[in-house]
Design a protein around this ligand. Sequence first.
Ligand SMILES: N[C@@H](CCC(=O)N[C@@H](CS)C(=O)NCC(=O)O)C(=O)O
Length: 205
Amino acid sequence: MTVIKVHHLNQSRSLRILWLLEELNLPYEVIRYERDATTRLAPPELAQIHPLGKSPVIEIDGQIVAESGAIVETIVARHGQDLVPPKDSDAYIQHLELMHFAEGSVMTPLLLNLYTARLGEAAAPLQPRIQQEMANHYGYLETVIRPSGHFVLDDLSAADIMLSFPVSVLSRLGLEDSYPNLAAFNQMVRSRPAFQKALEQAGGD
Ligand SMILES: N[C@@H](CCC(=O)N[C@@H](CS)C(=O)NCC(=O)O)C(=O)O
């Protein structure tokens, strides 16, 4: 089996990929990059791997893949079918929806919140809408989580791995008390041995 190379930026979505690889017990190599201490941006070396200059990026069987959702789908299609519901099931559609929701929807208000925080009072007119959309998206996730504590299946799925990143932001925002199911999900993720190994590889989160 070929070794998957992971171009990992500290404190980034790339943790999803390390966690997935640990869950699947696949051989991988981590190439580490550090954010600029002032700007928090990735170093220019990442743009030599993929033109966007962002992380995660992987090299798998000679191909470069960017976008954490595409990376997760590529890896599970080859090595982790148990992490995706059967294609002819209703759960498959829900899984697909949440895989896309994780980057295509919930990250938008979170990023707006992050960036507008730098504007101070100038961002005040935008804040009610941003907060409303954060509550909308987190509120939705809070209700769709299953009694098992996972999002789609009774056990871990690729959607859980994708959603772990936006859900982890809740604790940084001090909002965990408002979303007890998501707080429990976050604890479940962090208690998994594979996640802890991924955190070690990542040098923390
Ligand atoms: N939608 C992309 C987002 C990639 C992304 O924005 N990565 C961030 C880290 S979480 C990054 O590389 N930021 C550094 C920069 O933009 O310079 C994905 O899911 O992979």
